[in-house]
Design a binder for this molecule. Sequence first.
Ligand SMILES: Cc1ncc(COP(=O)(O)O)c(C=O)c1O
Length: 454
Amino acid sequence: MMSTRTLDRARLASLMAAETERFAAEHPRSHALHERAKASLLDGVPMNWMVRWAGPFPLFVESASGARFTCVDGHEYVDFCLGDTGAMAGHGPSPTVAAVERQVRRGITHMLPTEDAIWAGEELARRFGLPAWQFTLSATDANRFALRLARHITGRSKVLVHDQCYHGSVDESFAVLDEGGAVRPRRGLIGPPVDVAETTRVVELNDIDGLERALADRDVAAVLVEPALTNIGIVLPEPGYHDALRDLTRRTDTILIIDETHTICAGPSGATGAWGLEPDMLVIGKTIGGGIPVAAYGMTREIGDRVRASIPREDADVGGVGGTLAGYALSLAAVRATLGDVLTDEAFERMLPLGARWADGVDGVIRAHDIPWHVTRLGARAEYHFMPDPPRTGAEQAANADPELEQFLHLWAMNRRVLMTPFHNMALMSPDTTEADVDRHTEVFEAAVVALFD
Ligand SMILES: Cc1ncc(COP(=O)(O)O)c(C=O)c1O
């Protein structure tokens, strides 16, 4: 029977006030640093997203190691945010730290290749089945360049994305569907260069008919998708969706770009390996350098040949693909160590059961207290939703968001030394996360549910 329990908003507001007071009382140094920062940093933070944390000011970090960090007030946290995946390999994994220390002394950047670049290309080819790789400083850049190349070699202008997607600050991807099915700029979009409806088609995840219609005119250069949505909350593809996507993109000569930046949590070869996907191009960022800025995009032999044939050598540096530090030596030393010795098959053998333990723990609490919520898992990443069934589309997930409740749960967890990703209710396991860390989250989550509902 469906749970009929409802949230008492007045109770939520008074709990929130108490947690805010507790946070402020326990973090005087973070508070003082934030006050000082307001004089030199916009909004008192070095990057605008950092205002999104729950609580009246962000935590300032003293140090981080493995799956934990310590704030400047001396409290140690279990970290399920892991730098929103940037630290999925754990904070400061020792093989990466050793490789970076070594490379710093041997030359940080020189715009010449090192052997580490070949190792990285070979390893990515082994994991994802694509033979031609390039490196950038961020997943955003890798997506931008993949899209540029797709438009260049197909001569088509449009890009297709899923509703409620996120692929970094890529102009074409800030498009959503409105209630009538028209393409609109995403809420909060800052300074778009052109109307996104001119550049972008949008379909819901799992909408095969919509996909077929959107590709029918053969004017879409590339479909850029995460294999499962992760940035609006985890929304999984239904059986058959990826087969249809691959079939339709092949039939319309549309390039299929899979962005594995977050979905690498599905296994050592991401969802591409776990589900047997066959992208034409693949993007991965955040994790592969263990926290050192680096991302990669790979392509099939056929796409690589078309790219090579279409870019004269003398134009290679000014065409809009590249960057002075892209593929720099330090980043590739970090990739070699991180993929070779940290985010290994064995590490995933530990991380995946931890993801399952986290999801089972949350699910057990939801059932025991008869709360109309749901938990979804993608390998080493899991998430709870404020709805009784799993969302089928990004729009469904967006419609069930509850920012007030979300902020409360995050702050409650922080006050009990557990850090969640600041956007929605997502947790990620690292190779250093332990069962005790996971169980601590379950305990803290259950206490929050009791405070809210019992
Ligand atoms: C799927 C996906 N692709 C790309 C990006 C962009 O990564 P970055 O901000 O490191 O460029 C993100 C960031 O959250 C992401 O989730």
